[in-house]
Write a protein that binds this ligand. Structure first.
Ligand code: SF4
Ligand code: SF4
Length: 133
């Protein structure tokens, strides 16, 4: 049976080191939300990814995401897909030592429904994604 991880909004994943990749489309949405052009957004809030193949959101000096405000994501409605997909559609060994998402064993249809809602991805994508279940 598949396991759905229910986010507990602890914000640990907004604080640990690493890239938060953003696509061109995501940059446009983020920029529009905070009233900047795409180019201004890139200059102010992104850096090269570690593999130098794309752009990542920048970190604050303390290492947390530039858009984390207290315990809230200030761009929640347009946050990048990478943020939405964790930890149901991607995760790393030992992630559950840092992430407080609550695992729930559910049937496949319920899993697809829950993960689609959590990630904003179409149900068909979730049903066929290799990390899904
Ligand atoms: S964009 Fe929002 S959800 Fe994503 S890492 Fe930054 S603060 Fe967290
Ligand atoms: S995905 Fe995990 S680490 Fe991120 S906010 Fe939710 S419970 Fe916390």
């Amino acid at each position: 049976m598949p396991v759905y991880y229910e986010c507990q909004r602890c914000t640990a994943c907004c604080r640990w080191p690493g890239d938060v990749r953003v696509s061109e489309n995501e940059i446009e949405k983020l920029a529009a939300t905070i009233g900047l052009s795409g180019e201004e957004f890139i200059q102010r809030f992104t850096r090269l990814t570690r593999d130098r193949l794309g752009l990542s959101l920048m970190e604050k000096p303390n290492g947390e995401c530039v858009f984390l405000e207290g315990n809230l994501c200030s761009v929640q409605s347009v946050k990048p897909q990478q943020c939405r997909d964790f930890p149901n559609l991607w995760r790393f060994p030992g992630f559950d030592q840092k992430c407080h998402a609550r695992p729930q064993v559910v049937d496949l249809d319920r899993y697809v429904e829950l993960v689609s809602k959590a990630t904003g991805r179409p149900e068909e994508y979730v049903r066929t994604h290799p990390n899904s279940h």
